[in-house]
Design a protein around this ligand. Structure first.
Ligand code: FES
Length: 282
């Protein structure tokens, strides 16, 4: 274990692989993120050591929530990330086994969505919006500043992935908070109206082990904790649950248009009830 008070050295770190034996499945080789990862495939822990009985029970719980087991794939990939901090080849095999899917089917989903990471993440994932509005209002400059400060580029980690204070940086597309631009997220929690300086102060606090309160929404956890929530697992006690995942998420800026409309009695025009066109059955 790494000393939890140690501040990681700046600089991008190669993904440390925890893949289990992959066999000769060509699909498996095709989705390996890079040669270093592929090389690690034969060296690491077997599935049973990675995904324990508790994780298996959670996987069965997820399956029970859906009429068809394959519908549990998206939350199950989050569950895998809550254990490993990314979707490893073994994570893909785990989902495939639980859901009676092929590894190719699971891989196709895991590699499509950007929320499923193909390399081990840091304790925290920092996503900087560099889409048009945020970019124009400072998002590009914030990303560049953080990249230089952390010594990490897109999807690279400053510090040893998974250890305290390690931070993975990424570009993000529009985070649906353009009215609060430029924004960034830490483990998908919002930090609105950022500047280069505030963003650097934020990552420095994270490196020191602090968890600065997001601008709105739930309190900050870490990447794996957020992934467990995204998988759909929360504290059973209502009060603890609320304190972990709840929080005021509205922003004055977001509601301003609705407030003005309400004050002035504006309403949207009523849409005519037009019948939908016939669609040929597949
Ligand atoms: S462009 Fe950044 S939140 Fe929409």
């Amino acid at each position: 274990m790494t000393d939890s008070t140690a501040v990681p050295e700046p600089g991008g770190h190669a993904a440390r692989t925890t893949h289990a034996a992959a066999g000769a499945d060509t699909d498996v080789v095709a989705i390996a993120p890079d040669p270093a990862v592929a090389q690690g495939i034969l060296e690491d822990a077997p599935a049973a050591e990675i995904f324990d009985a508790d994780t298996e029970a959670k996987a069965r719980n997820l399956i029970g929530r859906y009429p068809q087991s394959r519908s549990a794939l998206l939350p199950m990939l989050h569950l895998v990330q809550s254990v490993q901090g990314y979707v490893s080849q073994e994570g893909i095999a785990f989902c495939a086994r639980q859901l009676e899917l092929s590894e190719a089917e699971v891989s196709a989903v895991a590699t499509f969505y950007t929320m499923y990471k193909r390399r081990p993440c840091g304790e925290h994932l920092v996503s900087v919006c560099t889409n048009t509005l945020c970019a124009a209002l400072g998002g590009d400059a914030i990303y560049k500043k953080l990249s230089e400060h952390l010594g990490a580029g897109h999807e690279e980690t400053s510090g040893e992935p998974g250890t305290p204070g390690s931070i993975t940086l990424e570009h993000a597309e529009c985070l649906a908070a353009c009215d609060l631009a430029p924004v960034l997220q830490v483990n998908y929690e919002y930090y609105d109206k950022q500047s280069e300086q505030s963003a650097v102060e934020l990552v420095e606090a994270l490196r020191r082990g602090e968890k600065p309160a997001p601008t709105r929404g739930a309190p900050l956890t870490d990447f794996k904790g957020a992934e467990l929530q995204l998988a759909g697992f929360f504290p059973e006690d209502e009060e603890t649950y609320r304190s972990h995942v709840d929080g005021p998420s509205q922003a004055v800026e977001t509601l301003r248009g609705a407030r003005i409309a309400a004050d002035r009695g504006w309403t949207a025009p009523v849409m005519e009830d037009v019948p939908l066109p016939e669609v040929e059955k597949k």
